[in-house]
Design a protein around this ligand. Structure first.
Ligand code: GAR
Length: 194
């Protein structure tokens, strides 16, 4: 099984989808640790309910992005993590984290990248008037929401969509593709190592 570490800042619905896929044997993996930067985040309660060890690393207590990422890498290594899964992780990452997990650091973003990187991607798509929105799982590089794409799902925009209504349909697709994309990326990685 893959040894995962999940980084999440918020509600954790993608974390939940990954745990459910593992429970159903759709993804051969174990989540060794959940790292969160917000003490009030719902994802922490979800992790406790699943029996997943949690680590709270509050970015406000670190003097730089690199210092935070050093603590993250240390925690990941302590928990014997091979793959790092950013699931609603709302902090910019540094080379310290990227280089520690080369090729094994994934992110999910609620747009069809390379369109609409950054914050408020769903609102950006609505403002642009696109007919098709969606989500992307990709390898993480230094530039925000960039890096090779692993999997995408398209979500049609419908009449009277709001940020909330479109976001919730996008999230349904995120929960479908993230576990599959993790397996696909790991499969490709293993093939490359041979
Ligand atoms: C997800 O929709 C994810 O795509 C987005 O945050 C949400 C987290 O939801 N990520 C980003 O915007 C990253 N730039 P969740 O906490 O319920 O999984």
């Amino acid at each position: 099984p893959l040894k995962l570490g999940v980084l999440a800042s918020g509600s954790g619905s993608n974390f939940e989808a990954i745990m459910t896929a593992i429970e159903r044997s759709e993804l051969r993996a174990k989540v060794n640790v959940l790292i969160c930067n917000n003490s009030g985040a719902q994802v922490i309660e979800r992790a406790i309910q699943w029996g997943v060890p949690t680590a709270l690393l509050n970015h406000r207590e670190f003097e730089s992005r690199t210092a935070l990422d050093e603590a993250i890498v240390k925690t990941l290594i302590e928990h014997d993590v091979d793959w790092v899964i950013m699931a609603g992780w709302m902090r910019r990452v540094t080379l310290h984290l990227i280089n520690a997990f080369t090729g094994r650091l994934l992110n999910i973003h609620p747009s069809l990248l390379p369109s609409f990187p950054g914050l408020h991607a769903v609102q950006q798509a609505l403002d642009a008037g696109v007919a098709i929105a969606g989500c992307t799982v990709h390898h993480v590089e230094l530039e925000i929401d960039s890096g090779p794409i692993i999997m995408q799902a398209a979500v049609p925009v419908i009449a009277n969509d709001t940020e909330k209504s479109l976001q919730s349909r996008i999230q349904v697709q995120e929960h479908c593709i993230y576990p599959v994309a993790i397996a696909l990326a790991a499969h490709r990685y293993a093939q490359k190592q041979q």
